[in-house]
Structures are given as C-alpha cells and as structure tokens.
Design a binder for this molecule. Structure first.
Ligand SMILES: Cc1cc2nc3c(=O)[nH]c(=O)nc-3n(C[C@H](O)[C@H](O)[C@H](O)COP(=O)(O)O)c2cc1C
Length: 205
C-alpha cells in the first residue's frame, strides 16, 4: 500500500515537472516574424541603427515615425521646440500611418531621450494607436544622461499592454557635433548588447 502511494506521488511529481518544462519552452519561443513591428524615431541615425539590429535578430516590419511638419534641422531650434512641446503636452500630428496595427502582437518602440522625456512624436503614436493586449518593448539611445522618464511614460501610455524590459545605450551627442555614434567598432559592441538583451527577454535564441 505504502509503495503504491509513493509511486503515485512520484508520478504526479514528474508530471508536474514535465508540464512546467513545456510551459517554459512555449514562453521562450521567439515571436512570429509576421506579427512583429519595430517603430522608431531617429533624427541622427543612432536609434535607427539599433532598430535595424533588432530587425536582423527578430525579423518584423520596420517603420520610421515621420511628422506632418518636420522638426527644424538646426539643433538649438529643435531643442527649443521640443522643450515647448514637452511643457504644453502638444502632440505633433504624424505623417506615418500604420495600416493594420491589429496584425501585430509584439511591438518594439525605439526613441532617443529628448529633454529627459519620451519624444513628443512617440507620445503621439502611443495616443493614436490602441496597443492593449500587445507586448511592448522599448529601446532608447541618448547622449549619456539616460532614459529620463521615457520608459515610465511608455508604461503609463500602454496601461493594457505587457511592457518588457527595455534596452538603453549611449548614442550621439549632437550638441557637441557627434551625430551618428553607433557605427564601426561601437556598432559591433551595441550589436552584442542587443543580442544579449533579446536573449534575456526571450525574444531570440
Ligand atoms: C531635441 C533633443 C533633445 C535631447 N535631449 C537629450 C536629453 O535630455 N538627454 C540625453 O541624454 N540626450 C539628449 N539628446 C541627445 C539624443 O538623445 C542622442 O543624441 C540620441 O542618440 C539621438 O538618437 P538618434 O540619432 O536616433 O536621433 C537630445 C537630442 C535632441 C535632438
């Protein structure tokens, strides 16, 4: 009797372990490429470089956010305009339209830090599209001061989405004339960091 009871307990234990392994493997499965969207905002190419690295690893559609009225080319003028927009909460209208957002279930959002915040065009995007039920993954480049409040804003603007750990790396310092910094040896370094992060969040193997 005791032996039979012990065998049943052991059997149940094995079954539970097996079920858990299957669940873990399912969770670790990379997403279906057709359901991946990578949306990014990039002025000097750093965030775009990271977006392309993600696309090389995960696949998916790549879309650059463009405005109906582009920002000034001159650095000081854009800094001034963005500061005003950040203060007033103005959401610049987007020229970019995403057809069929419903077909995507995994959405990467790439942006630079602007005024220690999420750039206004990305706020426009998140206000315009309903991303509830989707997995959102932010990534950011900045001049060395970090993400500021941008990742927190993504979470706040996507309350019904699953927001995964984001990626952050140093990009350019336009103020000092350094525009595209993620190139050559630095691009190799960032590519490795992107890969490690994607493995960690289980979006690539
Ligand atoms: C309007 C504006 C505001 C910026 N504000 C910040 C900031 O607050 N903190 C920071 O670290 N970098 C700031 N930067 C620098 C960018 O975040 C950095 O250069 C980034 O890598 C640019 O990405 P991109 O090449 O994809 O445009 C700012 C750049 C611009 C144009």
């Amino acid at each position: 009797m005791k032996i039979r009871l012990l065998s049943i307990i052991l059997l149940l234990g094995f079954a539970a372990c097996y079920a858990q392994t299957i669940r873990q493997n399912e969770a670790a499965k990379p997403p279906d490429k057709d359901k991946v969207l990578i949306v990014y905002l990039s002025r000097t190419g750093n965030t775009e470089a990271v977006a392309r690295m993600i696309q090389n690893e995960v696949g998916g559609d790549l879309v650059a956010l463009e405005l109906e009225r582009p920002y000034p080319k001159e650095y000081r003028a854009i800094v001034e305009q963005v500061a005003k927009e950040n203060e007033s909460g103005y959401l610049p209208p987007l020229k970019t339209k995403i057809e069929n957002i419903g077909k995507y279930d995994t959405i990467f959002l790439g942006f630079p830090t602007w005024g220690m915040q999420l750039p206004p065009p990305m706020k426009s995007f998140l206000r315009q599209y309903d991303l509830s039920g989707k997995t959102i993954i932010p990534f950011n480049t900045n001049a060395g001061y970090g993400v500021g409040s941008s990742f927190t804003s993504v979470k706040e603007l996507c309350p019904e989405s699953t927001v995964l750990e984001g990626f952050v790396t140093k990009g350019g310092i336009e103020r000092d004339g350094i525009k595209l910094a993620i190139k050559n040896a630095r691009a190799d370094e960032v590519r490795i960091a992107v890969h490690d992060w994607l493995v960690r969040i289980k979006l690539t193997k």
